[in-house]
Design a protein around this ligand. Structure first.
Ligand code: NAP
Length: 174
């Protein structure tokens, strides 16, 4: 599976349950990569979506040990062993981890590619992604050109995990 994220200069990803930046070009890119696929998110990320509604045209896999989301496009998952069973239904290339911080931390070791929008600005943040540039196993294999939108510069980058772990039922429970 893969992940997709937008980070600021400090690898910040969110503040007060919201995204730091809303960039139309980045939203389009996110939609293009994830449409028709399965997306895995934590319950806080689901709540951060417009109207707390799941993403259209995607299979939404929502992690929570405490809450159940009643929606036909949502599969609720309570534990990593449940997630492991659910993921057997999909081609790993068709699964994207879409956040937030807790879920990235948990699932990054099992992701092969990371689609990272790097925003060349910073804002106060209370949620962060690990700085992939400091991690030995993650390599930036494609750094996109700088794009400007309303005075904000950003680029689309692809990282590859050179030591992907296998995701199976033996992984530790939360
Ligand atoms: N910049 C970006 O690209 C991006 C993308 C996504 C989100 N975000 C931002 O990130 C922030 C949200 O991140 P977050 O870290 O607060 O929350 P999160 O990762 O979206 O959700 C965390 C919740 O997921 C559930 N969970 C995690 N591991 C689990 C497991 N093993 N089994 C069952 N449930 C599990 C838990 O819910 P329970 O406590 O109910 O068990 C946990 O509290 C928001 O600010 C959002 O805007 C940014």
């Amino acid at each position: 599976m893969n992940f997709i994220v937008a980070v600021d200069k400090n690898w910040g990803i969110g503040e007060n349950g919201e995204l730091l930046f809303r960039l139309r070009g980045d939203m389009r890119y996110f939609k293009m990569l994830t449409e028709g696929k399965a997306v895995i998110m934590g319950i806080n990320t689901l709540r951060s979506l417009p109207g707390s509604k799941p993403l259209k045209n995607r299979k939404n896999i929502v992690l929570s040990s405490r809450y159940y989301v009643k929606d036909e496009s949502v599969t609720c998952i309570k534990s990593l062993s449940e997630l492991s069973k659910e993921l057997k239904k999909y081609d790993p290339e068709d699964v994207f981890v879409i956040g937030g911080a807790k879920v990235y931390d948990l699932l990054l070791p099992y992701c092969e590619y990371g689609f990272v929008t790097k925003i060349n600005s910073s804002k106060p943040a209370d949620r962060f992604l690990k700085n992939l540039d400091t991690l030995e196993n993650w390599k930036n294999i494609s750094a996109g050109e700088s794009i400007e939108e309303n005075g904000i510069n950003y680029s689309f980058n692809i990282y590859k995990n050179e030591k992907v772990k296998t995701f199976d039922e033996n992984i530790l429970e939360k």
